[in-house]
Write a protein that binds this ligand. Structure first.
Ligand code: 5GP
Ligand code: MN
Length: 348
């Protein structure tokens, strides 16, 4: 499904009317933000800041990990935590327009969900996740897009403002393009992705700097944690082409693991010869957070949706479980015989 409000004259006129009258604008993205969530939200923020609205505020439903801390504009983000909740709610209540970037399911806004959904503001969803819910008044949506950053880039161009993509906006958009394509290697890396990357480079982006900021800024303990996981906690089941990892809260504490330190570990499972799916189960604050990755046509979005209260994309999805860590892994393992045909039938 593709829906670009900019392609319908009627919807584009609505947008122009709303944005023309808007005084206060809120931008938000999903909890546990990744490079695309903040890249698209901050890229949009940097673009909108160039117009004369009274306030354009980015509110993040949860705090962010250290690997994003260098992003341009991040110091202006309001995190919806106990300290800022009252201010954030007031901003949401007074907003005329709310942009929702990189999610299309209300629950991804965590505790902010009801405030945003009940706000009088018009809501504009910019996203590439499967099966969007219907809370958006306008959509800029393409489930085949590599990233929401790709969509923000296209939206700005369709609105005729390509000249407003300055170095900071370009840096943010490049970040999501890079992280959501796994550094330009996933299937969603279309010719369009490279064309956009080329224009972002022309706007001043230096790829090596962004790559280093994102991936080569690790605390030493994070690498030790990774080493421990790879040696002690990873299981590969060659008969299914499935790799899985489980991590207890105690282990996170032992390695002083901070929010975001487990990001990306799941991808190691897919680098094993013959792997079709990789999963990581992380025990945190009483629930089990799950990340799934796959290759080719095996849909982890279906798996996450059908069995683990989640969703996402065909090859990258997430979910949760209220069972214990052991029970959750057991549930996953008992599903594998039923998924075997789909798993082993993936052509090389
Ligand atoms: P991650 O494993 O990195 O947390 O998420 C992988 C992809 O799935 C991301 O695009 C993320 O937005 C999406 N995702 C993660 N958890 C959920 C969830 O609970 N529900 C839905 N709909 N998508 C999710
Ligand atoms: Mn994304």
């Amino acid at each position: 499904m593709i829906e670009f409000f900019t392609d319908s004259k009627e919807k584009l006129d609505l947008y122009k009317d709303w944005i023309g009258k808007a005084k206060n604008i809120v931008i938000t993205s999903h909890q546990n933000p990744d490079g695309d969530a903040f890249g698209s939200g901050l890229g949009l923020w940097g673009y909108l800041k160039q117009f004369s609205f009274e306030n354009v505020t980015f509110i993040s439903p949860t705090d962010y990990a250290d690997f994003l801390a260098w992003m341009p504009g991040i110091e202006h983000i309001v995190v919806f935590d106990n300290k800022n909740k009252a201010t954030a709610n007031e901003l949401i209540e007074n907003a005329d327009l709310i942009f929702c970037c990189d999610f299309s399911s209300g629950s991804r806004m965590k505790d902010m969900k009801d405030n945003v959904l009940n706000s009088k503001a018009k809501k504009i969803i910019i996203d590439h996740h499967e099966q969007p819910e219907s809370f958006g008044d306008l959509m800029f949506w393409n489930q085949h897009a590599s990233s929401t950053c790709e969509l923000v880039f296209q939206m700005i161009h369709k609105l005729g403002h390509g000249n407003l993509i300055n170095i900071d906006v370009a840096t943010c958009l490049y970040t999501g393009l890079l992280t959501d394509t796994g550094s330009f290697k996933f299937d969603a890396t279309s010719p369009e992705v490279h064309l956009i990357a080329s224009q972002l480079l022309a706007a001043g982006v230096v790829p090596s700097v962004i790559h280093r900021n994102l991936f080569d800024n690790n605390p030493f303990e994070k690498l030790q944690f990774l080493g421990y996981i790879l040696i002690k906690k990873m299981t590969f089941l060659p008969e299914y082409g499935v790799c899985y990892i489980s991590v207890t809260e105690k282990e996170l504490q032992k390695f002083n693991s901070r929010s975001g330190d487990t990001e990306g570990i799941v991808n190691y499972g897919l680098s094993i010869k013959g792997a079709v799916m990789s999963a990581i189960f992380i025990e945190k604050e009483g629930i089990i957070k799950i990340s799934f990755r796959s290759i080719k046509d095996f849909s982890v979005a279906d798996l996450a949706r059908d069995y683990f209260e989640g969703g996402g994309h065909k090859n990258a999805a997430g979910g949760r479980s209220n069972l214990s860590l052991e029970e959750t892994v057991q549930k996953f393992l008992t599903l594998l015989p039923y998924l075997k045909t789909q798993l082993v039938l993936q052509p090389n």
